[in-house]
Structure formats: C-alpha cells, structure tokens
Design a protein around this ligand. Structure first.
Ligand code: B12
Length: 209
C-alpha cells in the first residue's frame, strides 16, 4: 500500500479499501498527517476536478467523501493524542434555507486535518443561530456556505446580525459555495472568499497567523 494506491481507493469511493489501507499505513508507522495530506486529500482533489468537468456525478462524489471521512476518522484520534496545539476555532455552517453540505463538509474535514477546532452547526442556519454560536464558542473565524443564489443573502444578513450584536469585530468571516464570488464577499463586507476546501484552509490560516 502506498499513497497513490490509497488516493486511488478514495477516487474509486471504496470505503472498505480506504479504511484497510489507512489502518495498514498506521500499523506500518506512516506519519498520520502524511496519510491525510499525501493519500486521502489528493484522491479527493481529483474527485473535485472530475466533478467539475462533469465526468463524475453526485452519488459518486458522496461515496468518495464517505471513503475519505472513514480514513480521516481513523487518523483523527491519533492527531488529537499527540496534542497538536489548535490553530484556532472556526464556526461553520450552511446558511438559512440551504441544505447543501457536501462542500462545507469537505472544508470542515480539511480544516480539522490542518489543526483547526471546528464547530460545525450544520445546514439551514439562521443569523440568530450564528450569533448565539459565536457568543458560546468565541471563534476566531466564521465560515458560511451557500449553494443557491436565493440563499446567498443569508450571508449578508448574518454579517448584519453580528454587527448588531457587537460581535463583528471579534471574528474574521469567510464565505464560499459554488455561486459565491470574491466580489460578492467584498460587497457584503466579508473578510474573504475561497473557491475550494484547500484555499479555505489557506485563507483561514492567514486570518489566525
Ligand atoms: C448535490 C446537490 C444537491 C443535493 C444536496 C445534497 C447535500 N447533502 O449537500 C440535493 C439533491 C439535496 C440538492 C437540492 C437542491 N438543489 Co442542488 N445541487 C447539488 C449539486 C449537483 C452539487 C453540489 C455539490 O455538492 N458540489 C460538490 C462540492 C464539493 O462543491 P461545492 O459545494 O461547491 O463546495 C466547494 C466550494 O464551493 C467551497 N466551499 C463550499 N462551502 C464553503 C464554505 C466556505 C466558508 C468556504 C471558504 C468554501 C466553501 O469548497 C468546497 C470544496 O472544494 C449542485 C450543482 C453544482 N454544480 O454545484 C446543485 C445545485 C447547487 N442545486 C440547485 C438547486 C436548484 C437545488 C434545489 C432548489 C432543487 C429543487 N428544485 O429542489 C434543491 C434545494 C434544496 C435546499 N433547500 O438547499 C442549483 C442551484 C441554482 C442556483 N444558482 O441557485 C444547482 C447549481 C444545480 C443547477 N445547476 O441547477 N442539490
């Protein structure tokens, strides 16, 4: 088993083989973070490329994501055990009226694998729910996802609600999702936009640096 083979199993959406391969690597002393970064993530990156080109479809993408999460789940406890200092807390959710969560879940997975503590509020989250979560968890960063043009206004409503609650200045806000753009981010006063999960991690890192 090598990284290439593991990433091929992610691409094939083979849940059992990804789990088996991840376990094998851990037992043979492969560095846990390299299994994620050099095996699992490259597989998922290829999935993203094929999906964009229309060479892969949603049910397959979901199976690949499931295979990848299975591998990540085996590695996560080991990373926590080694007590890598957290790079900061991120609250993330899909905004009100929107139930799409595949992309958000990828962002969550990547952030966690890169050392962030993530509080995932789920989908269909109102501005008020964001505000109370910020009060409760005191994050450095908030991430909002929207896949529908009709739910994008929920992002600016959430920013307004944070302003009204006098919490806006305590957090950095990043947004994403297929219809979202950098121009939209600056228009609504978000701090940044990222087009994919990898860039979301970079953006988040720049916020807490
Ligand atoms: C899967 C899917 C569904 C699934 C969702 C399953 C789930 N659990 O998520 C189901 C079948 C439920 C669904 C329902 C609907 N859908 Co739909 N769906 C899609 C589809 C095919 C793929 C979305 C996806 O998962 N992409 C894969 C992921 C990996 O990509 P991603 O989400 O863009 O995420 C990446 C980046 O955007 C970024 N990112 C994402 N979130 C965040 C957050 C932050 C903070 C950052 C920094 C980055 C970031 O990183 C991610 C990873 O790289 C898209 C088509 C498309 N091309 O996008 C339509 C699409 C989004 N859906 C659409 C529609 C219309 C609907 C429905 C209204 C259909 C209906 N009539 O019922 C409903 C709405 C339900 C609701 N209220 O939300 C339209 C939206 C049109 C528009 N512009 O508004 C699309 C574009 C299809 C189309 N061409 O018409 N859908």
């Amino acid at each position: 088993m090598d990284f290439l083979e593991l990433s091929d199993y992610v691409l094939a959406g083979n849940v059992a083989k990804v789990a088996e391969g991840t376990k094998w690597m851990l037992e043979h002393g492969v560095e846990p973070l390299s299994i994620i970064n050099e095996g699992l993530i490259p597989g998922m990156n290829t999935v993203g490329v094929l999906f964009k080109k229309g060479d892969m479809f949603v049910p397959e993408v979901m199976r690949c994501a499931k295979a990848m999460s299975g591998g990540v789940a085996l590695i996560k406890p080991l990373i926590a055990e080694r007590d890598i200092p957290s790079r900061g807390t991120v609250i993330i959710a899909t905004v009100r009226g929107d139930l799409h969560d595949i992309g958000k879940n990828l962002v969550v997975m990547m952030l966690e694998s890169q050392g962030f503590r993530v509080v995932d509020l789920g989908v269909n989250i109102s501005p008020e729910q964001f505000v109370s979560a910020v009060e409760k968890h005191q994050p450095q960063v908030i991430g909002m996802s929207a896949l529908l043009t009709t739910t994008m206004p929920g992002m600016s409503e959430t920013i307004k609600a944070l302003e009204e609650a006098k919490l806006r200045d305590q957090v950095k806000i990043m947004i994403g999702g297929a219809p979202v753009t950098a121009a939209f981010a600056s228009q609504i006063g978000a701090d940044g936009y990222a087009p994919d999960a990898g860039s979301a991690v970079e953006l988040c890192g720049s916020f807490v640096a």
